[in-house]
Design a binder for this molecule. Structure first.
Ligand SMILES: Cc1cc2nc3c(=O)[nH]c(=O)nc-3n(C[C@H](O)[C@H](O)[C@H](O)COP(=O)(O)OP(=O)(O)OC[C@H]3O[C@@H](n4cnc5c(N)ncnc54)[C@H](O)[C@@H]3O)c2cc1C
Length: 381
């Protein structure tokens, strides 16, 4: 993608954010209301097909451009990115591992936003230890019959199709060989049991999904072969982590920008608080975190676009950028003093949104373990 094309896309999104999103985000967030009309514009902007290959109706954007878009939107309202992020990871599983028939059947509708959805991996008993899932699929003629529960599924209510990770052989050893991924479209036996209430990340629906004798056609088994589901789920994590890292950059930047503005207008002891050294130290650290996080995301996205293995790079970006968002958001609250604790200002939202990025797409505890393992593997003594 050349720079002019990238600038054009970022400009169009920037105009939409200022015109339609910034004025309404605060109110919708407070009401925890799904942003229906914003989703319509997101379809028009092509966001639901951002990383889907052009041959299947998407924009085919590289991860480096995509990460800039995610950061830009997150700077205004991070929740919006959740509506297309996990949807695009589902699409990437089809684009990478699906059969040609599955790509033709699903990708154009994913790209237009006609079918939207996400990833259904986590269960009430397990998230990090994905190989412990218990949702079961048993072959029956041309279908598989699925029973089990998934939780914390983003877009679980508004979405209609999910990349669903199940066990087809619960006794397999190693465990991952018994795991399979399906494209599960809502229908008889597939229901939403509840909407989950959250600290932040409002507006977007997180839900528990229940499968009771749900029949999914065998032709929806991604790649057509059982036993590859864990591989498919893990394969999406590099892009997923770049996603979350880019969200971290956006929230960290938002916290910085609001603080820089506020510190110049709020006066104590006869001068703006930005002239007090204690505040300057905070701003200096916040700005440095933003820049470091941005560069780590850029570097991980470049490696991803070059087709290089980048679990360590994506892990570093995800870990650092999400912690940067969390640290910057609490510093923004402190800089705003009592107003930082008020629901009238946006900084309390950043502070509620940021922890999610330390948990989702592999917790930050796991990221550091992954980074260390890769360090050892790449540098044998
Ligand atoms: C708002 C929100 C949206 C989400 N969206 C989705 C979605 O769309 N799809 C989906 O499938 N899931 C989704 N999730 C689930 C998310 O991916 C999991 O919460 C996450 O993977 C952590 O799993 P867990 O909650 O089961 O925590 P656990 O795995 O129980 O971990 C608990 C703690 O133990 C630590 N820990 C676990 N194992 C180890 C280890 N080996 N070494 C060191 N520390 C360890 C963890 O780091 C964590 O601190 C979402 C979660 C939230 C909150």
């Amino acid at each position: 993608m050349n720079t002019a094309d990238e600038t054009q896309i970022l400009d169009a999104i920037g105009k939409w954010l200022e015109r339609d999103v910034r004025p309404k985000a605060h109110e919708l967030e407070k009401k925890d209301e799904y942003p229906e009309s914003m989703v319509e514009t997101m379809k028009e902007l092509g966001l639901f097909g951002a990383t889907i290959p052009q041959a299947y109706g998407g924009l085919g954007l590289p991860a480096s451009t995509y990460a800039k878009i995610v950061a830009q939107i997150s700077e205004v309202w991070m929740s919006l990115t959740g509506i297309f992020n996990s949807h695009l990871i589902m699409a990437a599983a089809v684009a990478r591992y699906g059969t040609e028939e599955q790509k033709r059947r699903f990708l154009p509708k994913f790209a237009s936003g006609e079918i939207r959805g996400g990833l259904a991996l986590t269960e009430p008993d397990c998230g990090t230890d994905l190989q412990a899932i218990r949702t079961r699929a048993v072959r029956d003629g041309k279908d598989y019959v699925v029973n089990g529960t998934k939780t914390w599924i983003s877009n679980g209510i508004k979405g209609s199709c999910f990349a669903l990770l199940v066990k087809t052989d619960p006794n397999a050893s190693p465990r991952h060989k018994g795991m399979t991924m399906f494209l599960a479209e809502k229908g008889k036996g597939f229901r939403v049991s509840k909407k989950l209430d959250k600290l932040g990340y409002k507006g977007i629906d997180s839900a528990e999904l229940i499968f009771e004798d749900y029949r999914v056609p065998a032709q929806n088994l991604i790649g057509g072969e059982e036993g590859k589901g864990f591989h498919h789920a893990i394969g999406g994590l590099e892009l997923g982590r770049i996603n979350v890292a880019a969200r971290g950059v956006g929230v960290a930047n938002a916290a910085l920008k609001d603080s820089v503005a506020y510190a110049q207008v709020r006066k104590t002891f006869g001068k703006p608080i930005c002239e007090h050294q204690a505040i300057q130290l905070k701003l200096g650290e916040m700005a440095t975190r933003c820049e470091a996080a941005r560069l780590l995301v850029e570097s991980a996205a470049r490696a991803y676009d070059a087709g290089e293995r980048c679990d360590m790079e994506a892990g570093m970006a995800k870990y650092f950028a999400s912690e940067a968002a969390l640290e910057n958001s609490i510093e923004a609250v402190r800089i705003h003093g009592g107003y930082g604790y008020s629901t009238e200002f946006n900084v309390e939202r950043y502070y509620r949104d940021a922890p999610l990025m330390c948990i989702g797409e592999g917790t930050n505890e796991m990221q550091r373990i992954i980074i260390a393992r890769q360090l050892i593997a790449r540098n044998p003594a």
